[in-house]
Design a protein around this ligand. Structure first.
Ligand SMILES: O=C(O)C1=C[C@@H](OP(=O)(O)O)[C@@H](O)[C@H](O)C1
Ligand SMILES: C=C(OP(=O)(O)O)C(=O)O
Length: 670
């Protein structure tokens, strides 16, 4: 997951390949609660692991449920309708599918419970559910604002003889919550009556389907009346498989519809959810087809390719696909006319006011957008009209995910996604998954080169800049050190007579930089390559021209989405001459010798500062005078003497220089 403050998406071009998507949030949280309430153990396969399921799992643990991991299977030991504790405080994050059903189940069972969430959860309505539960005889108090969490739940005195009315026009989750809670009290038939129009109906189908699998056969009369038969009792089905998330699939369906194929005939293939899905959002497929996408599918897979281009404009009632429909709003930017999404009032009370968010963020990109209380109209953005924008994501995973698709814009402007970690709600590895399928416009994966002499602090600064931007990191100096180490381990002397053998070894070097570690195959060689001797060997190995050549391809391979920070001596001059931002970082010899001295002393290695300085100067002279790629600043490099700067100040300067070049979001929204 990207934990960065923002993630810059360079202009994207093509896509292709296969992806297995994480489990459905709606199925996962229902299955978790049903398994917890059932008699017996349930083995859940392919459960979603995200913020929303974590809060549910934590609540189940607090209630005394056994939760065990067995490889990729999660086993829940059900409570059989009997709570092991009747006092607890639950934190529900921003998970509607945890907050609403758990409130109902706990209210029916009764106890001394409180439920709260993130600030936005305290702005998401729950009054219609509380009214229905109170009608039933449950004791619920608002701890903050009337109609909203946090809540306190007390002991219940259930009245089951009358039909329980519930409104379903704000959220279908209230009806889902009652349907899941009432089998716990079904000493007689219990009737639920929906008052007014029910929204998001397909989610009720998911609920009924899963209730069936856990032994509850709800009788229904259309969408108006639901009866839980007397004697209903939850029984674990044993094993249950969670489909991949159909709402998450919408981003990849859109990707297939927008991107050119990565190679002739390439498609985007989605595994784990398909045309047999029990999730209503699978009908996003029809909406995407109406816009021109070519989609084929089977029971648990879909294949998507670009069809009609530009996409065809649509005017669609989206009430049945409230979550996936947000993806249509971004697809609309690529359509041949304005697209209107109707009957989406519920967007206003979800993770954020999603209608307002889509209007504001599409406008930042340059689009004309209109809104009404329950509709949105997005006008397409022609080539030449796109602006680079910093997309505010409102702690809403879907805003972050759907705006990533704006990176396919024809003007090749960069799209910044603020707070990308908000995708953790339902799809923590969304961006990694996206980058696994897409290619940037040629030459558009940014590389920041930080070159400079030894002990200038460039390695530390480069690693930190990479971390802050979520970019890959290439420590090219380490590559020479690793090559030297691998050569020594292979019994090769580091001298020109062994050049061919060392080059052959370098060509296939299995080197990776992960979490501040340098790995050679499975070996952590971080320490081994940092000795002074390894440094000298690296310098000697780097003077062998065919070794340098062998390492060039390897280094180019590090240029991958979303970007790269490359630290070395010839990154800007030789390896990435077209890099959009180059820094030449240096400090006085005295200053660098002192830094190296402190570094060694802190590791308990004795050192002599004047010898270190002499070594440093000798190494500078060797690096600057070598025949191949001598150490020198690139003509277009920014010079940064950090003799007087702290590491953090140097990091800030590099970041500031880069951000200035990016010039994202410097336009005001219309
Ligand atoms: O029951 C569910 O799993 C859900 C129902 C929908 O909410 P509403 O019924 O509030 O529209 C949907 O937006 C949400 O993401 C999940
Ligand atoms: C509305 C959503 O979430 P929740 O389950 O919290 O309602 C959503 O995932 O888009």
């Amino acid at each position: 997951m990207f934990q960065t403050e923002f993630l810059d998406l360079p202009a994207l071009a093509s896509a292709g390949g296969s992806v297995t998507l994480p489990g459905s949030k709606s199925i996962s949280n229902r299955v978790l609660l049903l398994a917890a309430l059932s008699a017996g153990s349930t083995r859940i396969h392919d459960l979603l692991d995200s913020d929303d399921t974590r809060v549910m799992l934590q609540a189940l643990r607090q209630l005394g449920c056994g939760v065990h991991e067995q490889g990729s299977v999660l086993v829940i030991d059900g409570l059989g309708g009997q709570l092991k504790t009747d006092t607890a405080q639950f934190f529900m994050g921003n998970a509607g599918t945890a907050m609403r059903p758990l409130t109902a189940a706990l209210a029916v069972l009764g106890g001394d419970f409180s439920l709260s969430g993130v600030p936005r959860m305290h702005e998401r309505p729950i009054g219609d559910l509380v009214d229905a539960l109170r009608e039933l005889g449950c004791s619920i108090d608002y701890l903050g604002n009337e109609g909203y969490p946090p809540l306190h739940i007390g002991r219940a005195q259930l009245r089951l003889d009358q039909a329980i009315p519930v409104r379903g026009d704000v959220s279908s989750q209230f009806l889902t919550a009652l349907l899941m809670a009432l089998p716990l009290a079904a000493t007689q038939d219990i009737v639920i009556e929906v008052v007014g129009e029910l929204i998001s109906k397909p989610y009720i189908d998911i609920t009924l389907n899963l209730l069936q699998r856990f032994g509850i056969a709800v009788r229904r009369e259309g969408w108006a009346r639901f009866t839980i038969p007397a004697g209903s009792r939850y029984q674990s089905p044993g094993d249950i498989h969670v489909e991949a998330d159909a709402s998450s699939a919408s981003y990849f369906i859109a990707l297939g519809a927008l991107a050119t194929p990565s190679e002739p005939g390439a498609k985007v293939r989605i595994q784990g959810v398909g045309l047999d899905s029990i999730q209503g959002d699978i009908r996003f497929v029809e909406a995407a087809q109406a816009m021109g996408a070519q989609i084929t599918g089977g029971p648990n897979w879909l294949e998507i390719a670009r069809g009609h281009w530009p996409l065809k404009a649509i005017d669609l009632d989206c009430n049945h696909i409230p979550d996936a429909a947000m993806t249509l709003a971004v697809m609309a930017l690529y359509a041949d006319g304005p697209c209107t999404l109707r009957n989406i009032a519920s967007w206003r009370v979800k993770e954020t006011d999603r209608i307002a968010a889509m209007v504001a963020e599409c406008a930042k990109l340059g689009a004309q957008v209109e809104e009404g209380p329950d509709w949105l109209r997005v006008h397409p953005l022609p080539a030449g009209a796109w602006r680079s924008a910093s997309i505010h994501t409102y702690d809403d995973h879907r805003v972050a995910m759907c705006f990533s698709l704006a990176a396919f814009n024809p003007d090749q402007v960069t799209v910044r996604i603020e707070d990308p970690k908000c995708v953790a709600k339902t799809f923590p590895d969304y961006f990694e998954t996206l980058f696994g399928l897409v290619q940037a416009q040629p030459g558009r994966v940014p590389v920041i080169c930080i070159d400079g002499p030894t002990a200038s602090g460039k390695g530390t600064v480069a690693a930190e800049v990479a971390k802050r931007l979520g970019y890959h990191f290439l420590d090219s100096g380490a590559m020479y050190r690793v090559t030297a180490l691998a050569a020594t381990r292979a019994g090769l002397a580091i001298e020109p007579s062994q050049e061919a053998a060392i080059a052959a070894l370098a060509r296939a070097l299995p080197v990776r930089f992960e979490d501040g570690k340098v790995l050679l195959g499975a070996d952590d060689v971080t320490e081994a390559i940092r000795t002074e001797e390894a440094g000298m060997n690296a310098s000697r190995v780097s003077a062998l021209p065919s070794v340098r050549l062998a390492l060039v391809d390897l280094q180019h391979g590090f240029q991958a989405l979303p970007g790269l920070v490359a630290d070395g001596r010839d990154m800007g001059t030789v390896i990435f001459p077209n890099a959009p931002y180059k820094v030449y970082m240096t400090a006085s010899a005295a200053c660098r010798a002192e830094r190296r001295y402190k570094q060694l002393i802190s590791k308990g290695i004795s050192a002599n500062i004047s010898e270190l300085r002499a070594d440093l100067e000798a190494r500078d002279a060797r690096d600057q005078s070598r025949a191949v790629a001598p150490l020198k600043p690139a003509a277009d490099a920014q010079w940064l003497d950090n003799s007087e700067l702290s590491i953090d100040q140097s990091v800030q300067q590099v970041l500031a220089g880069w951000l200035q070049r990016q010039a994202i979001g410097s336009h005001s929204a219309t």
